[in-house]
Design a protein around this ligand. Structure first.
Ligand SMILES: Nc1ncnc2c1ncn2[C@@H]1O[C@H](COP(=O)(O)OP(=O)(O)O)[C@@H](O)[C@H]1O
Ligand SMILES: O=P(O)(O)OC[C@H]1O[C@](O)(COP(=O)(O)O)[C@@H](O)[C@@H]1O
Length: 305
């Protein structure tokens, strides 16, 4: 069974304007709200691809209800720990072709709430897959993902990690099964400038070999992705197209990779499907459908390096 864990979910409030002007009243051309946060997006894309998952994490208030109502409506199982405080709202402002984001602050996570989540995860075992994705609520320590990965690894659970900054730096020490940093997150992780494919491959190989991470997929937005794993190093182009809404593209890549790896056990196919899913989301108004992802597969070429 696949579980996604979103410790810091969000209602994404997407606003489109022709031209945002600071210091004055702007009126949106259109706006909408979506159930967001990285793990929740992974569950949503898995659902669109035809795979079942259960969404876990912390949820609270009217914003939390918006998310759980939506998940129930689209038949995604969920078992969140309830909080009193509202789940945050993240603003995604699109002005012309430019995208800016303001991600809200997290509610406080009490020790009781954290232990409640821990109990749910402690019940998992070999064969289960857990996706740990997104930022950490500020009240949780930076090594939270590290301790969760350590605990899950001991139980034989596969761990997929998509986070950034210190939380990522700590968690890679526990050797998750799969990580998907983008090139900026990779550079930050090693405090190095990443200027070329060779830089990416060198650093991704270190993660694979020194940190014992089976699959390292470095996403490169419109440049595609680079994969490093036991079967080799692959460079994948992204298909050409008009990017409409790239929020959730990275989460779609994670979902696409997990979905295809479970289906074929082939890392090259999984990396290709990850790029197809990410790009299909970037090219559409919301998260991709299976048909949209599949329609891009012929435009993605995998180069073995
Ligand atoms: N402008 C774009 N054109 C085509 N594909 C894109 C574009 N932006 C993102 N993607 C696709 O989405 C994937 C993840 O995007 P990326 O921006 O690297 O992730 P993140 O959202 O985690 O930063 C890329 O590997 C690519 O397949
Ligand atoms: O937890 P963080 O790092 O603040 O990110 C949360 C945001 O990331 C998203 O999951 C989108 O992520 P990606 O664009 O990286 O796929 C949004 O839904 C959400 O608002």
């Amino acid at each position: 069974m696949i579980y996604t864990v979103t410790l810091n979910p969000a209602v994404d409030y997407v606003i489109q304007l022709d031209n945002f002007e600071q210091g004055t009243i702007n009126r949106s051309k259109f706006d909408y709200k979506e159930a967001g946060g990285k793990g929740i997006n992974v569950s949503r894309v898995l659902n669109r691809l035809g795979a079942t998952s259960t969404a876990l994490g912390f949820i609270g208030g009217f914003t939390g209800k918006f998310i759980t109502d939506y998940l129930s409506e689209v038949n995604i199982a969920h078992d969140f720990v309830s909080l009193e405080e509202d789940t945050r709202i993240n603003v995604k402002l699109k002005s012309g072709d430019e995208e800016s984001e303001v991600n809200g602050t997290s509610p406080e996570i009490s020790e009781k709430a954290y232990n409640h989540l821990l109990e749910k995860l402690q019940g998992l075992s070999h064969g289960d897959v857990v996706v740990l994705a997104g930022s950490l609520p500020t009240s949780l320590p930076q090594d939270t993902y590290k301790s969760l990965v350590t605990m899950l690894n001991k139980r034989g659970v596969s761990t997929i990690l998509d986070t950034s900054g210190k939380a990522l730096g700590e968690a890679i020490q526990a050797g998750p099964t799969f990580i998907k940093p983008n090139n900026f997150e990779l550079a930050e992780l090693f405090s190095e400038e990443v200027k070329s494919d060779d830089d990416i491959i060198r650093l991704a190989k270190r993660l694979h070999e020194e940190n014992n991470i089976d699959h390292v997929l470095v996403s490169l937005a419109k440049e595609g992705a680079i994969y490093v794993g036991a079967t080799g190093v692959y460079k994948l182009n992204a298909p050409k197209g008009k990017a409409i809404h790239s929020v959730g593209a990275g989460d779609s890549s994670v979902a696409g990779f997990i979905y295809k790896l479970q289906e074929t056990s082939n890392a090259e196919d999984a990396a290709k499907f990850a790029v197809a899913s990410g790009s299909a989301t970037a090219f559409s108004k919301t998260l991709c459908t299976k048909e949209e992802a599949e329609s891009l597969l012929n435009d993605i070429h995998v180069k073995k390096l």
